[in-house]
Every structure is written in C-alpha cells, then in structure tokens.
Write a protein that binds this ligand. Structure first.
Ligand code: NAP
Length: 284
C-alpha cells in the first residue's frame, strides 16, 4: 500500500475512472461527491467515503479535485464544510478540473497563506484515456509540490508536465480545448459536406482515419457519429464553458469566435450530450 493518503472530490465522467486508477495503484483513497449515490462504485473497489470536503481533507495528505467549473470550485473550497473550513497546513491540493487561471491563482494564494500547496493540473484526453491512465496532465504551481505528487499524477497520465506558475496549467488547457472545439466543428462540417456529395459517412471516416489528417479524436468521434451515439464522454456544455474561459483570457481569433457561437447555439438542445453532437446543430 502506498503511504500517501489521497482524497478525491468529484465523481463525474472523468473523476470515476481517474480515481479508479489510484485505487488500482494501491493508494488509500477517500472519496466525496455532491451526489452521494455515485460513491457506491468506488466504495466497492475499496475507497473510503467522506461525508464532506472538510472531513476528506482532514483524513488525507493530498486532495484531488475533478469537478465542473469555477462555481463548483467556489462551493467545494469555500462553502460551508468546504476544504478551507479545515486546518490545511501541510496538505497538497491538486485541482484537475478545467477552470479559469484566475480562480486557480486565488485558491493558490489562500493555500499558501495557510501553509499548504495548490497545483492546477487539468487534463487532456477523455474517458477512454482516463480509463487507461493515458491522460496528458499540464501543471501550474511550485516545483517542490509538483515533484512530490508527480508519482500520483503518473498513475493517471502518460505525461505530467510542469508548465509554469499557478494558472499556467489552466491557460495551457484552454489553448488545447480551443483546438478541440475546432476539431469537433471541423469534423462535423466535413462529414456533412461529404454526405451532401453522396459520400457515405463510414467511407469518409475510413479515408480520414487512414490519412495523415486522422487522429485519435477523428477515430473516437467518427465511431460515435457512425453509431449515432451522442452519450456524453465530454459534455458539450463543458466546451461552451471552456471557450468562454478562453475568451475571457483574450482569445480573439476568427475560428475561436465562430466555434463559440456554434457551441453556444448547440448548448440548449445538446448541452448534456457529447461534444460531437455539434453535428446535429451544424446540420440544422
Ligand atoms: P461531469 O461528468 O459533468 O461531472 C461533474 C462533477 O462535478 C460531478 O462530480 C458533479 O457532482 C461535480 N459538481 C458540479 N457542480 C458542483 C458543485 N456546485 N458542487 C460540488 N460538486 C459539483 O464532468 P466531467 O466530464 O467529469 O469533467 C470534469 C472536469 O474535467 C470539467 O472541468 C471538464 O471540463 C474537465 N474535462 C472533462 C473531460 C471529458 O472528456 N469529460 C476531459 C478533460 C477535461 P454531481 O455528481 O453531484 O453532479
């Protein structure tokens, strides 16, 4: 059994398989999720359950947070029974959610004042990469804290890289997700254009995936389009959040602007479905 005691907050599409990697790697893991019913599967795998974020941080050394957005972070860190309601000196908090650089800087300052460390460590990759420990993890924060938790991060990712001070991990992630949005809209538009020209979706995708422009994204999302399966691996509403965060950080390219308009328009009907459900929006 690894000696570092891990606390895990957030059991959504990503949080469950990521926490599972740590249990499989023989860490003692304590979990907390706002909707308590999602904790059962982890309990069966051997995790302990904490009633509140406060109880969780008291019982552990390293706390990992994987939740939706800035509002959720406010709640988990600063809410009643939140992480900051406990004595946190000596703890390391790793926030792997995709959130704004500014909220990371704010939480990092608060942690430092109380003798603890904060790392922003968002991930690239989706459920499949989470299930196989193949995520790419970009980290902002102090090198000493990063070095301490790198072995933990490497149980979830094939690469964990320190890219700068607090907030830098989030900035890198927003850049990557801007490209993700363009890939998704681009693939959707390409498939629809080919269909209009009488080309079958399966045939087009076989060509793309054997060509230099094919990649893991076109493979996985191509399969989803073919199977008409839009169950969220990465919910479309989350890319709207990310594009808005990138906009707030100053991204102003024509493609990013177009993508934000498209995904915002898609959000009402398809927000809970996968990002590639944008094809239904583009089709009209
Ligand atoms: P998800 O399936 O929507 O799960 C969201 C999690 O956040 C749930 O545990 C949810 O709790 C919790 N949460 C939301 N609001 C909360 C609040 N106010 N207080 C406490 N907990 C709250 O999201 P996900 O797909 O796992 O993504 C998590 C993060 O990773 C997001 O920032 C996302 O952008 C990012 N990300 C996702 C992917 C992907 O492919 N899915 C890839 C890379 C990065 P409940 O269970 O109670 O709702």
């Amino acid at each position: 059994m690894n000696t570092t005691k891990i606390g895990w907050i957030g059991l959504g599409n990503m949080g469950i398989p990521m926490a599972e990697q740590l249990i499989k790697a023989d860490y003692a893991v304590t979990v907390y999720n706002r909707s308590k019913e999602k904790e059962a599967a982890l309990k069966e795998m051997g995790a302990s359950i904490a009633e509140t974020p406060r109880d969780l941080i008291v019982a552990t050394d390293v706390v990992i947070v994987m939740i939706s957005d800035d509002a959720a972070i406010e709640q988990i860190f600063k809410g009643e029974d939140g992480l900051f309601s406990a004595e946190i000196s000596g703890k390391i908090i790793i926030n792997m959610s995709t959130v704004s650089p500014s909220i990371s800087k704010e939480m990092a300052t608060f942690c430092k004042e109380r003798g603890s460390a904060y790392l922003d460590a968002p991930v690239s990759g989706s459920v499949k990469q989470a299930e196989t420990g193949q995520l790419v993890i970009m980290v902002g924060g102090e090198e000493t804290a990063f070095d301490q938790v790198k072995p933990v991060l490497e149980k979830m990712g094939k690469l964990a890289m320190l890219v700068g001070e607090n907030g830098a991990g989030n900035s890198a992630k927003l850049a990557i997700n801007s490209l993700l949005a363009l890939y998704a809209q681009g693939l959707a538009e390409t498939v629809l254009f080919a269909n209009q020209q009488g080309i079958k979706t399966e045939d087009l995708l076989a060509l793309i995936n054997n060509a230099a422009i094919g990649n893991i994204f076109t493979k996985i999302k191509g399969d989803a389009i073919t199977a008409n399966n839009y169950k969220a691996a990465f919910a479309l509403k989350h890319i709207v959040k990310d594009l808005n965060l990138a906009k707030a950080e100053g991204i102003a390219s024509p493609l990013a602007k177009t993508a934000l308009e498209t995904f915002e328009a898609a959000s009402a009907a398809y927000g809970e479905e996968d990002i590639i459900a944008v094809i239904k929006q583009v089709k009209g």
